[in-house]
Ligand binder design. Sequence first.
Ligand code: FDA
Length: 282
Amino acid sequence: MTHGIARLGTRYGFARRFIAGETLDEALQAIAPFSQARQPVILNHLGENVATRDEARKARDSYQLGLDLDPPLCLSLTREIAAAAAAMRNSIEIDMEGSAYTEATLRIVEKVQAEQGNAGVAVQAYLFRSQADLERLAPLKPKIRLVKGAYRESPSMAFQRKSEVDANYRKLLDQMFDQLLLPNGEGLRVAIATHDPALVDYACARIRRLRLMPHQYEFQMLLGIRRDLQQKVISQGHPFRVYVPFGEAWVPYFMRRLSERPANISFVLRTLLAESKKTNSN
Ligand code: FDA
């Protein structure tokens, strides 16, 4: 099934709005306009799981690291990537997957951040545990990317209703902004990663009220999603970073984006229909 979608997606290009391409070259081409505008990006080579240690090592060169397979190997590969990034005065950000991986991912972030000081991680507002996770991570000061959370999680561990997730997002954002203002808050950095205009407005109002400085926060959004809101945030002068996914294994990422927004499915269907009409008339 995913192979079929992948073939159609590359043939008809409907995935290109959300995915920068299948190769690093294509991704670099796609980010050129952002680089020209001096806008920072997160480049993410997509891939969900690897099956062998060799695959994990291969993946290190473009990073997804076999957490399922061998956590110590995953840690040492992450260390290598963080060290290579540090040598280029750059940083890494670690995505958060489903809750089965939360604890193992945080342990890796803690170790790598303690050693290299250039690691960040996504924290999901829908998880009950996230408030405690933020407290636990604070002393190490990794960059925190606050997201709502993209996986289906059980009611025993995660808020289910949008209103509850949004309320927790505000609460966690306030918690992080408070940490920024503590005497030992120097060096903390918060990424507000959402396309929700109400949350973006909320964050902007808090940033103004607390007089936060541009080095203390940034907004982040996904390639191709709410480009109007992206422009608005940029035009208001806030630091902004776009998350640019690429790679052959783009289908699971793409499906998550489709399931978040029924309108995306009609966008894909419309593109397919238009393309098949073009093909038939050729
Ligand atoms: P919400 O879903 O409420 O959407 C608000 C509005 O945004 C919608 O009304 C619509 O206009 C627009 N929108 C949202 N999703 C859209 C879509 N797919 N297509 C078109 N429009 C859409 N998750 C995770 O679990 N682990 C992670 O590591 C990350 N990393 C990450 C990085 C960055 C930079 C971002 C922006 C997001 C993530 N996420 C993530 C995904 C996140 O958890 C969440 O699933 C999506 O951002 C959608 O939630 P919103 O906050 O945008 O709000």
